[in-house]
Design a protein around this ligand. Structure first.
Ligand code: FAD
Length: 404
């Protein structure tokens, strides 16, 4: 019987398995995951789960009998150690080998570690998986003073939860604004003010130099000599794609496993999807690596189609969201390379949207507490992003008017 194997039982790996079945594959599917839990949602780990509003069982994508019904052989706590593309086999950490006809890599990403003295202290947390979140949640119960290193999405979401829990919070960001890589300065300013208004102290342009340990506290010291005492530190300084298996197997990698718009790696029988890839999308001019639920799901569908020799190119508009306090940020498109902005609405509690233009078209939109505008923006960008620029800033004109 034909056997398709998926490495990585996260959002993308699960979607590949389900799409293979949905598209009629009747052969064997083996889904390997090195975590103990069945596939679960990561976004609530820095949101409702951390706040204690949802329990771990509510994070699971599917009930355990789902895998039996779908005839997916889910092998948890199993690390795939190596793949041999020529022999079409893989090796598990216990030494056993397994053959495959088609292979999918959905190995995700891991957190980037802070490499300064003292960072290995047990009061220093990261947040990627369920075990990290559980340990952080328990740590937050005891901590009065929390320092968050990194003012990106994970750092700011954790800061918001820690404030909701009544903790004293300081965010230390190395760049000159929060969310520096992903949003325009005025969106950064909005989030800076939001956190400041909630009592978060934000230190910008500060590189962490050391963490000094004592029994009572950790002291986070920046290169400029600012010292901040903490009972708990959370490091949110980005992730690194898990490319080691692919690299060792000789697959082309460059800051991610390189795949084309059909999710094909440089080996014809191996696809890859999700956070581990740097990929092409018919809507992009250059390959990108994205860390989002949308990309994991949509690219996984493309990968499954390729595994079944029914390729369809990846041409989905990327989108993403982040929840902080009572603010929902929704992003669509990729703003890299924009040359101008149009702001619709006034940055403030009533919500607004920022349109990123490149030449005569919109390439990305950030909407703050404007879900209807976000949905309209998705359609607008999918339709080519053309509209009458002068009318865009007028909130009385419905965005749907611009969708051809
Ligand atoms: C705290 C947090 C909050 C987030 N919030 C949002 C959000 O609000 N919106 C949004 O769009 N996205 C969010 N994301 C990102 C989103 O969750 C990821 O983009 C998505 O989970 C990626 O799915 P994936 O399957 O590619 O990778 P992963 O979910 O990382 O899954 C990969 C799996 O493969 C396993 N694995 C790796 N190597 C091996 C191996 N050799 N053998 C066996 N198993 C292996 C890993 O352990 C892991 O379980 C968030 C992520 C985190 C961590």
């Amino acid at each position: 019987m034909t056997r398709h194997v998926i490495i990585g039982a996260g959002q993308a790996g699960l979607q590949i398995a389900e799409s293979l079945r949905k598209e009629g594959f009747t052969g064997e599917i083996v889904l390997f995951g090195d975590e103990a839990s069945a596939p679960y949602q990561r976004p609530p780990l820095s949101k409702k789960y951390l706040l204690g509003e949802v329990t771990a069982d509510r994070l699971l994508f599917r009930a355990s009998d789902h895998y039996t019904r779908l005839a997916v052989d889910l092998r948890l706590s199993t690390h795939v150690k190596a793949i041999d593309p020529a022999a079409r086999t893989l090796a598990l950490s216990d030494g056993t080998r397994l053959g495959w006809d088609r292979l999918a890599l959905a190995t995700g990403a891991r957190v980037r570690r802070l490499e300064v003295p003292g960072a290995e202290d047990s009061r220093v947390h990261v947040l990627r998986g369920l075990e990290d979140a559980e340990s952080l949640r328990l740590g937050l119960e005891q901590a009065a003073r929390v320092v968050v290193i990194g003012g990106g999405f994970i750092g700011l979401e954790v800061a918001a939860i820690a404030r909701k829990l009544g903790r004293e919070v300081t965010v230390i960001e190395a760049q000159s604004r929060v969310l520096p890589r992903v949003v325009a300065p005025l969106v950064s300013a909005f989030f800076h003010e939001l956190h400041s208004n909630h009592g978060v102290r934000i230190l910008l342009d500060q590189q962490v130099a050391t963490l000094t340990r004592s029994a009572e506290a950790l002291t986070v010291e920046t290169v400029d000599g600012i010292r901040v005492p903490a009972d708990l530190v959370v490091v949110g300084i980005g992730v690194l794609p898990n490319t080691e298996l692919a690299e060792a197997a000789g697959l082309a990698c460059e800051a991610g496993i390189l795949v084309d718009e059909f999710a094909r790696t440089s080996h014809p029988a191996i696809v890859a999807a999700g956070d581990c890839t740097r990929h092409c999308n018919l809507l992009f001019t250059a390959p990108h690596r994205l860390e989002s639920v949308q990309n994991a799901v949509d690219q996984a569908k493309v990968a499954a189609a390729t595994m079944l020799d029914a390729p369809v190119p990846y041409a989905q508009v990327p989108w993403f969201w982040s929840d902080q306090y009572d603010v929902k940020l929704q992003m669509v498109g990729i703003s890299t390379g924009h040359d101008s902005l149009v702001v619709r609405g006034v940055p403030g509690p009533d919500g607004f949207s920022v349109f990123y233009w490149s030449g005569d078209r919109i390439i990305a939109v950030d909407s703050i507490n404007k879900p209807a505008e976000h949905m309209a923006a998705r359609k607008l960008i999918a339709a080519g992003g053309k509209c009458v620029r002068e009318q865009l800033a007028d909130p009385s004109i419905d965005l749907k008017t611009f969708i051809q």
